[in-house]
Design a protein around this ligand. Structure first.
Ligand SMILES: [Zn+2]
Length: 334
């Protein structure tokens, strides 16, 4: 008999962007982590997919807006405009909260346009800035979110710059096809940490539910995630049923140290193959976990990804045609 305690995590194909719907116990409770971008064709498709996923047009119980970038929160604008995806509650370190923490009384300085628009969303939000070290109970206390990032000291140091930061459009280069595992592992690997302050202040977290854990890294910086995981347990990182790797598989967001802490076999890479991901990330994870068969799951087999992954022997996984990238955990027992 299937357990009454189950979890379904669906990753929607939103290009180089994040959107994951977590449903507990066949939809009794749901968490939406990010929305994908605002681009209307993508956002409209996201709305219709979410409507199909949520049983009987049930509202999303909790939306998490991990950070201020369009590929994570832009779609929410469409959700609010269309009124099609009602949201009960939200976690968002909005510009207003950051400005209050930084004692910045002049909202005119806030130039993060979409994040500012989202402040007017119709769902009640957290009234303090969410920081590393917090544990947030969800699903009536049956599950919890352990917040890994942002660190409060980073907000105090860099919060102002993200209130003024506008991420410039990044050029999309044509990537070379990914090489084979041995070539990647024996090649030169230079790591250069991400420099985006908006990414630095991402809300990343561990979801704990009845003795199991899932890791959602948003676009966080690896040094900050490592520090948080070591704060939880210096000698032993938890085992994760699934890891949503950071920043669409960008090389600056998964370093060797982090990879060594990822006790996990299944990794989700929310990328379309244009700008992201980087093959070094797969190499670091295979080396760090000591598992050549670590699985890298993509939400959609785009033409770019088909070309990039064709000759490589990393374990790349794609959903069957027309299917969504879905993970079911129905073996969760008390
Ligand atoms: Zn992103």
């Amino acid at each position: 008999m299937p357990s009454e305690n189950n979890l379904r995590i669906s990753f929607l194909a939103v290009g180089n962007g994040d959107c994951a719907l977590i449903q507990f116990n066949s939809g009794q409770y749901s968490i939406l982590v990010d929305s994908g971008p605002s681009r209307s064709t993508v956002a409209q498709r996201t709305v219709s997919q979410l409507k199909q996923l949520l049983p009987n047009s049930k509202p999303v119980d909790l939306a998490i807006l991990t950070h201020h970038d369009d590929d994570h929160i832009g779609g929410f604008l469409e959700f609010f405009r269309s009124n099609d995806i009602p949201i009960h509650q939200a976690l968002f370190n909005s510009p207003a909260l950051l400005a209050a923490l930084l004692a910045n009384d002049d909202p005119q300085e806030i130039s993060v346009k979409q994040a500012r628009l989202l402040q007017d969303m119709k769902a009640p939000c957290n009234t303090h800035v969410i920081c590393s070290g917090e544990t947030i109970k969800v699903f009536g206390g049956k599950a919890e979110l352990r917040i890994l990032t942002p660190w409060k000291r980073d907000i105090l140091q860099y919060g102002r710059s993200i209130l003024e930061e506008l991420t410039p459009p990044q050029p999309i280069s044509v990537k070379k096809p990914f090489r084979r595992i041995d070539e990647v592992l024996s090649g030169v690997d230079t790591f250069e940490q991400d420099s985006s302050k908006s990414n630095l202040l991402s809300i990343s977290f561990i979801l704990n539910y009845i003795g199991r854990s899932w890791l959602f890294l948003a676009d966080a910086w690896p040094s900050r995630v490592v520090r948080a995981l070591k704060t939880i347990d210096a000698s032993n990182s938890p085992e994760f049923a699934l890891t949503k790797i950071a920043h669409h598989g960008s090389q600056g967001n998964t370093d060797k140290q982090l990879a060594e802490l990822l006790r996990c076999s299944d990794f989700v890479v929310p990328a379309a193959g244009g700008r992201h991901p980087d093959e070094q990330v797969f190499g670091r994870i295979v080396a760090g976990t000591g598992n050549r068969r670590a699985r890298f799951h993509f939400p959609e087999k785009t033409p770019d990804l088909a070309r990039l992954t064709a000759e490589s022997d990393f374990c790349f996984q794609f959903p069957d045609n027309g299917r969504m990238l879905d993970f079911y955990y129905d073996d969760i027992e008390k």
